[in-house]
Design a protein around this ligand. Structure first.
Ligand code: F1P
Length: 365
């Protein structure tokens, strides 16, 4: 595969490969600062937690909400900020809002936070990488991960680092010391595997591109599938979709052909059911790519490409590592198609809308 020029995508690939060390810094700072303990005491109990975001930050919110419910056995949901603005009845009151935004400037998230804090008087938490932003001013509580901020337009290490921060807070509330230990161990376990992941994905992309990229995941891995879909769209302008794995049988599998690359983020909880769908899709002629924590003969027999994560952390702590495969697939497919992943077509780093938060209909670079 020849890249159009050496400067293209340099920020994005550097930020993807910097994820393990960035996670190490962010998670250890959160734990050592005592911030999680303080927030856990201050933030609401016995109400639903509502994670809010836009774009990648919304898909992050989906994984954060699954994590919260699985670790705490209490209700949580993810909702795009735009839904709160356009259909405020969909915002449950009372609740504990968590506003997630890399920039802290996205108009929809700033206005949604202003609605929660200002009009409803609900103290909310902001998780962001920005410094001195409108979101920080509005929200009563803050987790800021400035070390995870990035130059590239698409979110990669900011996505995974803010995700780990939300999961660390869920584990603190659930008193899951094992889970917190897992989050601290993750960088050291995934770091040594990045080269193999890159090699597998470059060989996949080297062979060919596809007319359609489908991503499948269940539970917290559904958000991983969604974000991977977005990375392939943003960086390679390819047609991509995401579904809950077993939902793929209920109609969408009609699109399966050798032109379709179907990527499975296989969970431990649904291993047998998800692998039986993999076998079915392979028989239908789809090209299959499997990311799983462990492999078996069934996967071996039905996966055209595969990555074994082999992480020794709780299942729900693995999404940050799994999504790197989606980031790399988007990056290398974009490079192969002659795009510059650092400057995705039609996209800006922050979306600011006319008449909202002083924004005119312009895109902030
Ligand atoms: C999120 C976001 C990104 C998208 C693009 C525009 O912004 O939608 O997910 O890739 O960069 O912004 P933020 O609210 O998290 O800053």
């Amino acid at each position: 595969m020849t890249f159009s020029s050496s400067t293209e995508g340099v920020h994005t690939i550097a930020e993807i490969l910097s994820e393990p060390q960035t996670w190490k810094q962010c998670v250890s700072e959160l734990l050592e600062s005592g911030q999680l303990l303080t927030l856990n005491q201050k933030l609401s109990k016995n109400v639903e937690w509502v994670f809010v975001g836009c774009g990648s930050s919304f898909y992050l919110a989906q994984i954060a909400a699954s994590t919260w419910s699985i670790l705490n056995g209490s209700p949580a949901r993810a909702i795009p900020a735009s839904e709160i603005l356009l259909f405020p009845e969909l915002f449950p009151v009372p609740c504990q809002p968590v506003f997630i935004s890399r920039s802290g400037r996205t108009s929809e998230i700033v206005d949604a936070a202003r609605f929660a804090e200002g009009e409803l008087g609900i103290q909310s938490l902001a998780i962001t990488c920005g410094i001195g932003t409108p979101l920080e001013e509005i929200c009563s509580h803050l987790i800021r991960l400035s070390a995870a901020d990035e130059k590239s337009t698409v979110m990669t290490r900011s996505f995974t680092s803010m995700l780990l921060a939300s999961q660390a807070l869920a584990a603190e509330r659930a008193e899951r010391k094992d889970f917190l230990a897992g989050l601290l161990a993750l960088p050291g376990q995934i770091g040594p595997r990045l080269n193999d992941m890159q090699a597998t994905i470059r060989s996949l992309v080297d062979k060919r591109t596809y007319a359609d990229y489908v991503f499948l995941g269940q539970g917290p891995f559904f958000g991983v599938a969604q974000e991977s879909m977005l990375k392939v769209k943003e960086m390679s302008c390819s047609y991509a979709q995401a579904f809950h794995t077993l939902e793929f049988r209920h109609g969408p599998k009609a699109i399966v052909s050798p032109e379709t690359l179907i990527t499975f983020f296989v969970s431990e909880s649904g291993f047998a059911e998800e692998v039986s769908l993999l076998e079915e899709i392979k028989e239908l002629g789809g090209t299959t790519f499997v990311i799983s924590n462990s492999m078996d003969a069934a996967i071996g027999g039905s996966a055209d490409y595969s990555i074994e994560l082999a992480l020794r952390v709780p299942e729900v702590a693995r999404p940050a590592a799994a999504v790197i495969a989606g980031q790399l697939l988007g990056f290398y497919t974009g490079m192969r198609k002659g795009f510059n992943p650092d400057r995705p077509r039609n996209l800006s780093r922050v979306v600011m809308l006319a008449g909202r938060d002083g924004g005119s209909h312009r895109a902030a670079t």
